[in-house]
Each structure stands twice: as C-alpha cells, then as structure tokens.
Design a protein around this ligand. Structure first.
Ligand code: SAM
Length: 457
C-alpha cells in the first residue's frame, strides 16, 4: 500500500494513525494547514467519531510537541533527526507521541506505528520505538532537558523554537506579565476548548447554550461536533474564539452606532469577525463592506455573510487601495492584519515550526502599509481597530507606536477600558491602552487590540 506521499507501508496500520501520518506528511511536504486538512481527511476516510478524535489528538499532539519528540528520537536512535528520512521521522514522531503522551498501551503504539513505516524502515522504527518504550516519559524529559538552562531548557521542555520563546517573553514583559512565560508555553500545548459565537439579532446566547468566559456573545461548546448544534447548522451561531469575538465587539460597541455609519473590514477572510460586525451593523443601522485580497478567502467571506439580509457587500483586492479609492470614507475600520499568528499556536499546531524570524520584517512592512491606508480611509472622528492574532511586540505595540508617530491626527483610545465594559469577566491587569489577551489567562488566543481615533476635523 502507498500513502499519498509515497511511503509504502505494510498495510496493517489502524485508520486513525494512517490519517494522522498522512496529515503530518502533507504539513511537511505541502505546507498544508493541519486544522484545514485533517477534517477533510477524516471525512474521506469515513472515520468513526472515536477514530476521528484519536486522529485529531495524534496529529495535533505530534505537531505541537515535535521539538521535544525530536530530542527524544535523537537520543533513542543515536543519530541526528536530519539524518532520518522525513517519512520515517514522521512515523517515529507519531510513535513517540503515543508512547510518552497518551495512554495507548506501548505494544499497540509500537505495533500500529511500525505498520505505518515504509517496509525498508520497519526494523529501524521498531528498534527506536522499543527503546523509547523502555523508559518513562519523566525519564525521557530528564534526559532531554539534561544540563540545559534558560531558553534552551524551555524550548526542550515546552517544544517551542527559542526565537518564539524570546518574542513571547518580550510581549508578556510589555504587558507586565513576564513571570507567566511558562504558563503561556504550557497553554500553547493544550488543545483549545471549542467556543461558539451567537450572532446578535439572529440568535441569543441562551438559545444556543451556556455563556462563554469573556465575550458577551460567546458560548461554551459542549463536546461533539459543533455542526450538530441547530443554530450552527442554521448559520446563526458559529465556531469562533472568544478573543476574536471580543476584538470585533470592541470596535462595534466602543460607542453607540449612528444609523448610516459606514464600516470597513479591510482583511476579512475567512469572515469570522466580519460576521459578528455584520450582525452588529445590521442592528445599529450601519453599512459594512468586507474586503479580502485572496479570492478563495473572499468566497469564504461571502459564505460567512450570506445569512444576513441584506448581506453586506464583499469586495476583493489589496486593502491599501481604500486610501485613494475612498479617502475618509469609513466611520469604523477593522484592520485584522496578516501576522505571524504566534497568538494562535494552540490552534495551528504546525505554525511554531513553520514561522521564521525572517518572516517578521515583511509582515511588519505590510502591516505598516495597511495601517497607513486605514488611517487615510478613516473619516474624521472615526474609529480604527488594529488587531493581530500575534502578541509579537514588533507586530503589536511597536506597530501602534510607529503609526501614532507618523499620524498626528490619530490618538490611542483606552481600549482596555472599552473592553472592560464589554467583557463578561475581568480582563485583569495590563500595561498601556491596548488589550492583550492570553491563552493562559483568558482562555482565548493571544489577540492584540488597539483602538485608534482620528481627530475630528
Ligand atoms: C488575520 S486574517 C483575517 C481574519 C479575519 N478577520 C477573520 O476574523 O476571519 C488576515 C487576512 O488578510 C488577508 N490579506 C493579506 N494581505 C492583504 C491585503 N493587502 N489586503 C487585504 N487583505 C489582505 C489575508 O488573505 C487574510 O485572509
């Protein structure tokens, strides 16, 4: 039998492990996003709910903890992981995950994982996994962290690249929370609970379920497939992180809506925040335009907004054009900027390995262009929400400081005060006017939100 990526296997692999191995290979070879590919592969393979949950756990757990597992594999195989065939390395990582992080009995973990290996490597995989199985997870942790100190130890223990640890420490420090680094790293390694949004005007929180933890539109999803919730099936409730909800509500609820206001979502794909803004706009009598650069993502925005009557206008293109096509044309603008996504590592398990420090200057330059365009497109007296799902200082506080320096007509709104009025629980301490949410504190992605207002002419 051959997998999509050419690994010839012995054909006895259990279906959940096979799906997990295929997604790992696609994440490595094709830069696929596990959170998008996995549900499709689970459906294609017609996995039972139990096997689907196992495939998800194996895929996400293996991708997240890859850094730690590679250190174990290096010791157990007595060779560098760079010297191991990538297909074989995927299988080893999957096996190590089962042995050190799940309750799967070792004989099943080893046997079923060896069955995934290319024929030529079954002996090697079997030998390495048996070596791993001979020690407890705690013994492996002690060996892996060994003499390491500082960020090298944290990188080994919490399976994060050192540059990400450095960036997270600096962001926590800027928010007065530098002592919480290990809590944050640990939170990044735990699958987030699913939360739903009840779109105002279409359905109430009480009609869908139990209130969430921080967003007034948030609902705690009970286990199982969210699609089986009637409101989700009807499109009036959606799966959405509560931090993302709060980010959109900070813009829509910062002050009363004057009917006829024009709102712009500059970077709307796939449409999560646009849907919440659309609901709020419809209630308040504002008109929303949602823009997205990438056509397939614009399609997703159209789909996300189809439930509204009338549905907001969705347009495609580079959002910097609004500076010249519609100067001063919008009363509220959401700039949910393309970013490193370092605040959503729980959700995008491969992201920590894929992002590189070299990505940052290009993203910062794009964020700068988009911010300048947003300022130009903002009406006098208007409100701009600058949002990232990254807490990286260059993409957040430094970006805001720079835009304020470039534009004397802008001022920073006390966004934490705005958020405190909207949130259903305490946000806790922070530094400065920005809102910085944290997975370990708020149970949300690490969203950054800064409201900026343009001086009334
Ligand atoms: C962080 S995501 C937005 C998430 C979205 N607001 C939501 O809540 O579902 C950023 C989006 O910006 C889009 N994008 C990137 N460059 C852009 C540009 N120059 N103009 C408009 N959109 C852009 C990306 O394709 C991506 O869909």
């Amino acid at each position: 039998m051959s997998t999509k990526h050419g690994a010839s296997t012995t054909g006895r692999a259990a279906p959940a492990r096979k799906v997990a191995a295929e997604v790992l290979a696609a994440a490595r070879d094709d830069d696929a996003y596990a959170n998008l590919l996995l549900p499709a592969r689970i459906a294609q393979a017609k996995l039972s709910p139990g096997d689907a949950a196992l495939a998800t756990e194996l895929t996400y757990g293996t991708l997240r903890m890859q850094g730690r597992y590679d250190r174990i594999i290096r010791l157990a195989a007595n060779r560098e992981t760079s010297a191991i065939d990538p297909v074989v390395l995927d299988v080893l990582r999957l096996g190590v995950h089962q042995l050190v992080a799940t309750r799967i009995p070792p004989h099943a973990a080893v046997g079923d994982t060896v069955a995934l290996a290319p024929r030529r490597a079954t002996g090697f995989v079997n030998g390495v996994l048996r070596t791993v199985a001979r020690s407890t997870p705690e013994e492996w942790d002690a060996r892996v962290t060994g003499e390491l100190t500082g960020d090298a130890r944290l990188a080994a223990e919490y399976s994060h690249p050192e540059w990400v640890i450095d960036a997270l420490r600096r962001s926590l420090d800027a928010d007065g929370r530098v002592d919480e680094l290990e809590e944050l790293l640990a939170a990044d390694n735990v699958a987030p609970a699913v939360s739903l949004v009840a779109l105002p005007g279409l359905v109430s929180v009480a009609e869908v379920g139990e209130p969430g933890g921080i967003s007034p539109t948030g609902i705690q999803a009970v286990g199982g497939d969210p699609a089986s919730v009637p409101a989700v099936a009807a499109g009036t409730a959606r799966v959405q992180d509560e931090g993302s909800q709060l980010a959109a509500l900070i813009l829509s609820r910062a002050r009363a809506i004057v009917p006829g206001e024009r709102w712009l979502d500059m970077c709307a794909g796939p449409g999560g925040k646009a849907a919440l803004l659309a609901a709020e706009a419809l209630i308040g009598g504002a008109e929303l335009v949602a823009n997205e650069l990438v056509p397939v993502r614009a399609k997703l925005v159209r789909r996300a907004l189809a439930v509204f009557n009338p549905a907001p206008r969705v347009v495609e293109g580079d959002a910097t054009r609004f500076a010249t096509s519609d100067p001063g044309g919008f009363d509220r603008i959401l700039l949910d900027a393309p970013c490193t996504g370092l605040g959503a590592l729980r959700r995008r398990p491969e992201a920590r390995w894929r992002k590189q420090p070299a990505d940052i200057p290009g993203l910062v330059a794009l964020q700068t262009r988009l911010l300048d365009a947003a300022v130009a497109a903002l009406a006098p007296g208007g409100l701009l929400a600058y949002v990232t799902c990254s807490p990286h200082p260059d993409e957040t506080r430094a970006a805001v400081a720079r835009v304020l320096k470039r534009h004397s007509e802008l001022s920073a709104v006390d966004t934490r005060a705005v958020a405190a009025d909207i949130a259903t629980s305490e946000l806790g301490p922070g530094v400065g006017p920005a809102v910085q949410l944290w997975p370990h504190r708020h149970g949300t992605d690490a969203m950054f939100v800064q409201l900026l207002s343009k001086v009334d002419a």
